[in-house]
Design a protein around this ligand. Structure first.
Ligand code: XMP
Length: 571
């Protein structure tokens, strides 16, 4: 299947890797369209923006992580949060004034691919190290601390990569309670050969003469290895020591405290009279968004759910029921399959389908917004990876991160202010918040589903008849996966209707009917994926049921391609 640049209209690109925005994005599509098109949406008051474009959430105990471009930066942020301390990733160029304004409990300097010995390597303002805030430098971060404070770093003749054993010389607060010999994960070329004045080397490895260093007086520490990765089994204990013993954090950042403080903040931001418009798709992000807003402002939340006719079997009813019965949220339901199908008629190109669906969505959404009296605010389900990837030294410029949002666009006279209460959360945190808000498990653990829905799973031109066949086959597939206890074990599973017909024989009759491909993948984040090794008896039962029960299908295939080089969706 040919992939063209236009396909990326819905993509959320990372450096070098094309990625479409994570699935339940219908609402994001609408909301961000107006941003791209009109520049008319404004960040809501209460979401202060610092010079580099990082929006600040409500003040609370916070650890700032300066990003030097490591592939593990997000992991550091998550580990700190797992310890119950809120953390935020900021660019390494952050001004000391801006950092100090946040009154962070600690600064962590991430690793990074560069070498501090190179001329133009990324650095930070040395004044950050004089703020009196505890600092932990990890890998590149440690080398930078050493360089900025007068130590010596050199490009070691041998890179140290992989497992190593750390010999702890002085436990101090950082290694308190841990054994003197620890398995750690190394990944570096440079190394510190002389610690700066005031520092003591507190641990070594066979090849690293300074694998950890400390200046307890200034509370500045450095680790040559990566405590944030699972290959450093005691890494979290080390981080915990840094956070609670050295930086004296209080902790207590949980889904519950997030809900409480966000609800309070939303009430302040939105005020007592204004209303918020929120597009929902039934996916976890938009559902959590709606539930959070509903808790904050009750009936002043106007939720819109557009049925584009490209949903899975029973999905529209299930979403409406869940909102009504489980969440107690009123849903404005826009039944618009005809509007979408009419415009899609005869269109075979995946990228044209996406563009059409995007623009019809915006039209319908606008109509509903008007019908609802044009609330002042628009809720958007932006998540933290969307925010930081656009800022990371590894990431592209912010203008390209959401090119998929440049679809259609709302007219400039549509003036919304954005509220993005999830913009500081990772996906798993959104799920935990969802649980806290009482969302049903089925919604929390739903597989990702693309905004353009089944239109990109009917290969070639879409028609009501083809959608019907696909919907039935897909429902059988998912039902059997659930029955076998495999639904939660795969990242995504779905059926695809191919644009070919095959010969078969049913009873004594020759058939000439459709072919269904089944796709099930395992993945951590959708960026890469492997085909799921479903047990053969399960596959056999699924194929058997589809061919027997879905009229118009006489052949079922299983897709055994990984991503890359294939993609998860066929179109
Ligand atoms: P691919 O096919 O690029 O998919 O490997 C990666 C993830 O993105 C989802 N996807 C989309 N989500 N709009 C979306 O909201 C889209 O146009 C779109 N295309 C793919 C896909 O389902 C998978 O989770």
């Amino acid at each position: 299947m040919k992939r063209t640049a236009a396909k990326k209209l819905f993509h959320n690109p990372r450096p070098g890797v094309a990625r479409r925005v994570s699935a339940p994005a219908a609402h994001r599509l609408a909301t961000a369209s107006c941003r791209a098109a009109g520049t008319e949406t404004r960040r809501a008051p209460g979401y202060e923006t610092v010079a580099d474009g990082y929006a600040l959430p409500q003040p609370q105990e916070c650890v700032l992580i300066l990003d030097f471009g490591s592939q593990y930066t997000q992991l550091i942020a998550r580990r700190v949060r797992e310890c119950g301390v809120y953390s935020e990733i900021v660019p390494h160029t952050i001004a000391p004034r801006d950092a100090a304004r946040r009154r962070p409990a600690a600064l962590i300097l991430s690793g990074g691919p560069a070498s501090v010995t190179a001329a133009a390597s990324p650095t930070c303002d040395p004044a950050l190290l004089r703020l009196g805030i505890p600092v932990l430098g990890i890998c590149y971060g440690m080398q930078l601390v050493a360089k900025l404070l007068g130590g010596r770093v050199w490009a070691a003749p041998r890179r140290e990569y992989g497992h190593a054993f750390l010999r702890v010389r002085h436990k101090g607060d950082l290694f308190r309670g841990l054994s003197g010999r620890l398995a750690v994960w190394m990944s570096h070329g440079d190394e510190v050969t002389r610690a700066p004045k005031g520092f003591q080397v507190i641990a070594v490895t066979a090849t690293s003469p300074a694998a950890a260093m400390a200046d307890p007086k200034r509370r500045i520490y450095g680790l040559q290895f990566h405590p944030e990765v699972v290959h450093t089994p005691k890494g979290k204990d080390i981080l915990r020591n840094f956070l609670f013993r050295i930086a004296r954090c209080r902790g207590g950042w949980t889904a519950r405290s997030f809900v409480a403080s966000t609800v309070e903040q939303l009430r302040k931001t939105i005020g007592p009279d204004d209303r918020v418009l929120c597009g929902v798709s039934g996916g976890v992000d938009s559902t959590v968004l709606a539930a959070l807003l509903h808790r904050a402002i009750g009936e002043r939340l106007a939720c819109v759910f557009i049925n584009n006719g490209l949903l899975r079997k029973g999905e529209a009813e299930a979403v409406r029921r869940a909102f009504r019965d489980r969440l107690g949220i009123r849903l404005h339901y826009a039944h618009a399959p005809q509007a979408f199908l009419r415009r899609l008629r005869g269109v075979a190109s995946p990228e044209r389908k996406r563009r059409i669906i995007g623009s019809v969505f915006v039209q319908v959404f606008q109509r509903e917004a008007r019908r609802l009296g044009m609330p002042r605010f628009l809720a958007q389900g932006t998540l933290y990876p969307d925010v930081i990837e656009s800022r990371s030294p590894r990431g592209g410029p912010s203008a390209t991160i959401k090119t998929h949002h440049n679809v259609g666009g709302l007219p400039a006279n549509l003036r919304f202010q954005l509220v993005e209460p999830l913009r500081y959360l990772f996906k798993d945190e959104v799920r935990r918040v969802g649980k806290e808000l009482g969302l049903p498990d089925r919604m929390i653990w739903r597989h990702p589903f693309p905004g353009p829905g089944l239109a990109v799973r009917v290969i070639g031109a879409v028609s009501a008849r083809k959608l019907r066949i696909l919907r039935e086959a897909d429902a059988v597939f998912l039902e059997e996966l659930r029955r076998a206890g495999l639904y939660d074990k795969v990242w995504q599973a779905f059926a695809v209707l191919l644009p070919v017909k095959a010969v078969g024989v049913m009873g004594d009759e020759r058939t000439y009917a459709n072919v269904i491909a089944l796709r099930a993948v395992t993945s951590r984040d959708g960026m890469t994926a492997d085909w799921a090794r479903l047990p053969q008896p399960v596959l056999a039962a699924i194929a058997n049921r589809i061919i027997n029960e879905v009229k118009g299908v006489n052949r079922v295939l299983y897709d055994v391609s990984s991503k890359p080089p294939s993609t998860i969706e066929w179109e």
